[in-house]
Ligand binder design. Structure first.
Ligand SMILES: Nc1ncnc2c1ncn2[C@@H]1O[C@H](COP(=O)(O)OP(=O)(O)OP(=O)(O)O)[C@@H](O)[C@H]1O
Length: 373
């Protein structure tokens, strides 16, 4: 399995720069996500790695090989796309066997037989060598499609088609698996199941995987590390927990999970505590900064709704409930504090009462949970 190292990748389309300063160091066996909003350059980065786009400048290495000058089929990358890109007139088995068989025919210099193979496929007369048959059936078992081997791919559900696409990529034993929004066409429930399937297979095979998504929950739940991209650049690379607890910019705080982001001014700093003025309120944080203008970041689950007078918090505020949204094991409240609107998540246990709109509450936040950027 290969590592993937990208240095100073840049891509211009007709003189317009859509990617710049892209540095990636993806370890062997790592599950790495490229995350960012539409148009930020995720797919272009992946297409440069796969060889479908040539970089304007920069280097790309897979394992020890500099792949910049290699054609896509020489890079040993498997690809899975959002659109599945399967052959609709072939059955599942033939779809998975196709590239493998072509590769074997080419290896044996049996170029003429490629045309014969394709014609036989069309008239459903193909007989595969035993090794190919075994390899394909093994991989189909792996993605739980053994019973569907003889079905046309057009007869399958979206999730099953995506598993065929995955099997077709994996059967080639690629060094790197590249997946571009593979779950976007699936409904929510299936997306969750497929996340687990992909993660299980990736961990079993320890295959280096680069996964493009605009869905932060998908990236957070699947990836070992994530690169957050915006406007053709990487803003931050980290584990899901790094990005969640130490976002380097307000954009990341907002894009990775939900955040309350409030502009404020530093008014004091002593004994390791920074005091920030937000409107007519003050808030204390353990973040040290030499800036005056800061963004105050507080995650919704780090704001506590206090019961009665138990407010030992260094940061305590009065607020008024605007809305309550019941989400099963949590209740999300929108709470007005001064001129600001805060999102607050509280755990919900059966029998708890849910606060109503207009109800006054006291809120507490510990300075350790207040981040300044
Ligand atoms: N072949 C091309 N010619 C010109 N511009 C392109 C081409 N391919 C991509 N772009 C532009 O490059 C930018 C990045 O596109 P890219 O598809 O990489 O973004 P993305 O983050 O994958 O977005 P999405 O999530 O919508 O697929 C966009 O502004 C896009 O319009």
């Amino acid at each position: 399995m290969g590592s993937v190292v990208v240095e100073q990748l840049r891509k211009d389309f007709s003189g317009v720069t859509v990617l710049q300063n892209i540095d990636l160091d993806i370890k062997e066996g790592e599950f790495f996500a490229l995350l960012g909003p539409s148009g930020c350059g995720k797919t272009t980065t992946m297409r440069c790695i796969a060889g479908f786009e040539s970089p304007t400048s920069g280097t790309i290495k897979i394992g020890d090989r500099d792949v910049a000058k290699l054609a896509p089929n020489e890079r040993n990358c498997g690809m899975v796309f959002q659109s599945y890109a399967l052959f609709p007139h072939m059955n599942v088995f033939d779809n998975v066997a196709y590239s493998l068989n072509i590769k074997e025919l080419r290896k044996g210099n049996l170029f003429k037989k490629v045309g014969v193979y394709t014609r036989m496929l069309n008239s459903k007369l193909v007989k595969y060598p035993k090794e190919i048959e075994k390899k394909v059936m093994d991989i189909l078992e792996y993605v739980e499609l053994t019973d569907h081997a003889k079905k046309l791919t057009s007869e399958l559900s979206g999730g099953q088609q995506q598993r065929v696409a995955l099997a077709r990529a994996l059967v080639m034993e690629p060094e790197v698996l590249l997946m571009d929004e593979p779950l976007s066409n699936l409904d929510l429930k299936l997306r969750h199941t497929m996340r687990n399937t992909i993660r299980r297979i990736q961990q079993d095979l320890k295959i280096t995987t680069i996964f493009v998504t605009h869905d932060q929950e998908e990236a957070m739940s699947m990836a070992d590390r994530i690169a957050v991209m915006k406007d053709g650049e990487i803003l931050q690379i980290g584990t899901p927990t790094d990005l969640y607890s130490n976002p380097k910019t307000p954009f990341i705080a907002d894009f990775v999970g939900t955040s309350n982001i409030l502009p404020g001014k530093v008014v004091a700093s002593d004994n390791g505590i920074t005091t920030v003025q937000i409107g007519n309120q003050q808030i204390k944080s353990v973040t040290q900064t030499d800036k005056t203008d800061v963004q105050v970041i507080i995650r919704p689950e780090n704001i506590n709704v206090l019961n009665g007078g138990s407010d030992d918090y260094d940061n305590a505020f009065e607020g008024t409930i605007q809305f309550a949204t019941y989400l099963g094991n949590t209740v999300r409240y929108d709470i007005k504090v001064g001129e600001h609107q805060l999102v607050v998540d509280t755990t919900y246990e059966s029998g708890d009462s849910i606060k109503r709109s207009g109800e006054k509450v006291r809120l507490g936040v510990s300075p350790e949970r207040v981040l300044l950027i």
